[in-house]
Design a protein around this ligand. Structure first.
Ligand SMILES: Nc1ncnc2c1ncn2[C@@H]1O[C@H](COP(=O)(O)OP(=O)(O)OP(=O)(O)O)[C@@H](O)[C@H]1O
Length: 484
């Protein structure tokens, strides 16, 4: 009797654990689906099931070895990070192949020994008596540090031309031989959308693929938030230890740390500890170390001590090569004339060029019509119009400052009085309307402000234009002057 009741308690306990894991799992699945898109999710991830938790490790099941290897390679880190975010005690994800149902399997030791609750049964499969486990292998997950590396950003998909060949060569060298003298730190800099992040991910993917070293990649913004969170939860020591335990640390968009003195200080110490221990640092920013004037001098000096590589603005030839490569990869035939047209018209950066091509390709796939010059002009009407305008954010700032009689420097100053803040908001609004710059880019031009500040400014100006006809007239006048 007693044994029966104990058995019952165990079952109840196991069921409770399973339903808790299921709740976490459904949240993780929703996140993954949103991140990778429905098609990719259904192709690779939908059949995954949750297994037992053992101390800091959770087991996930996939039905075939192929799927298991693919998911491990492409999503292993991300799965670890998501599980860790849901249940902080989980630090590792083990991916196993489970074929089921398979009643005749001998010695299902791993399932039995783990004392696994019923959650050990992969939910996407029929109820199993046993789970066949193949080659259990644990994917090391640096979940506290890692942002997932984008599998599309590899050296193979990076098109090399005059403007980026030096940066590319340096990145390749670091991926082949991290911490080589003269290449540590590697500092990549250049304008927006020119491939800095792509090269960093390529370095990371190469190193992870080779399986030689542990890599942590994150944006400077994420670094700051992690640091603040560690201070709040009184776990700065853990944060420092984690950072200092990696072989390669990559920090993207370092300019974000301008004006964030405490985070800069922390980064400086981490930087020194890692370089002194012979680990590799890779950093990207929009300017060279000497031009990052808001960074502390000692940090700028150290950043410039290794290899500094500039990615220049694209040339027509590089734009054509990039378009050709991306069109070929898409499988959609895009006439040379259209590629030339795009390379002439969209000169701002690769991100925009790629966005335009993607839109054309999506349109062709959706309607099953060939891409022609006419459809291009039609489908990309708005992008082409924005690129026809020659007005720059600097011109907008100058005109608006003159109009309201404020100093040009106030466009990027921290002053908040309405006399200054209102024209600044108008300039942000006009920058959004009249240029093709993204919200973060606009924010950066206005004293490194966040993109949410730009969104707020755009909304506020629109509200005021509705409420106050005189103000609306001023803004319209400025717009016409700038457009002509
Ligand atoms: N040489 C290249 N070959 C192929 N794709 C490229 C190249 N340069 C940039 N891209 C593509 O352009 C897009 C923008 O690049 P990326 O995000 O690396 O720019 P970035 O310099 O990091 O920009 P930001 O300053 O905004 O962070 C990406 O999709 C990237 O793959």
């Amino acid at each position: 009797m007693t044994g029966g009741l104990e058995g019952y308690d165990e079952v109840a306990e196991a069921n409770a654990q399973k339903s808790i894991l299921d709740i976490h799992w459904s949240r993780i699945c929703a996140r993954l689906k949103a991140e990778v898109g429905e098609v990719e999710y259904n192709t690779w991830l939908r059949q995954m099931g949750v297994g037992p938790v053992d101390e800091d490790e959770i087991t996930l099941y996939l039905p075939t070895r192929f799927l298991r290897d693919w998911v491990r390679g492409q999503y292993g880190d991300r799965l670890g990070a998501l599980w860790h975010a849901e249940i902080p005690a989980i630090r590792r994800v083990e991916l196993q192949v489970a074929r089921g149902p398979s009643p005749a399997v001998d010695g299902d030791a791993s399932a039995a020994e783990s004392g696994a609750p019923s959650a050990a049964t992969p939910p996407a499969m029929p109820v199993m008596d046993a789970v066949v486990v193949e080659e259990p292998r644990t994917a090391e997950v640096r979940s506290d540090l890692a942002a997932p590396l984008d599998p599309r950003f590899t050296f193979d998909t990076f098109v090399v031309g005059k403007p980026n060949e030096f940066a590319y060569a340096c990145a390749r060298r670091v991926a082949e031989r991290p911490s080589s003298p003269g290449f540590n730190p590697l500092f990549l800099y250049g304008g927006v959308g020119l491939g800095k992040t792509h090269l960093m991910h390529a370095i990371g993917s190469e190193l992870v693929r080779e399986g030689r070293v542990s890599v942590a990649y994150m944006s400077a913004e994420k670094f700051m938030y992690r640091f603040i969170a560690a201070i709040r939860s009184q776990s700065t020591m853990e944060f420092k230890e984690q950072l200092r335990s990696v072989d390669v640390l990559m920090i993207d968009d370092l300019q974000f740390l301008i004006g964030k003195d405490n985070t800069q200080e922390e980064f400086f110490h981490t930087f020194n500890a890692l370089v002194d221990a012979g680990r590799q640092i890779v950093v990207s920013a929009d300017k060279s170390p000497s031009d990052l004037s808001g960074l502390e001098d000692r940090l700028r000096t150290r950043l410039g001590c290794g290899m500094v590589a500039d990615i220049h603005a694209t040339t027509f030839e590089l734009r054509i090569s990039i378009l050709e490569a991306k069109a070929t990869a898409s499988g959609v035939e895009v006439p040379a004339k259209v590629l030339e047209f795009l390379a002439h018209k969209i000169t701002s950066n690769v991100r925009e060029l790629e966005g335009a091509l993607n839109r054309l390709i999506a349109h062709a796939n959706l309607f099953g019509r060939p891409v022609t010059l006419e459809t291009t002009q039609d489908v990309l009407h708005d992008i082409l119009k924005a690129n026809n305008r020659r007005v720059t954010i600097e011109e907008i700032q100058r005109k608006v400052a003159e109009h309201w009689n404020i100093r040009l420097t106030d466009m990027s100053s921290a002053r908040r009085s309405t006399v200054v803040a209102r024209p600044r908001q108008v300039a942000m609004f006009l920058s959004k309307q009249l240029t093709s710059r993204s919200l973060p880019e606009i924010g950066r031009k206005f004293g490194n402000r966040d993109h949410t500040t730009v969104i707020y400014a755009v909304r506020r100006v629109m509200e005021l234009m509705e409420q106050d006809p005189a103000f609306a007239e001023d803004v319209e006048l400025l717009r016409r002057m700038l457009e002509s």
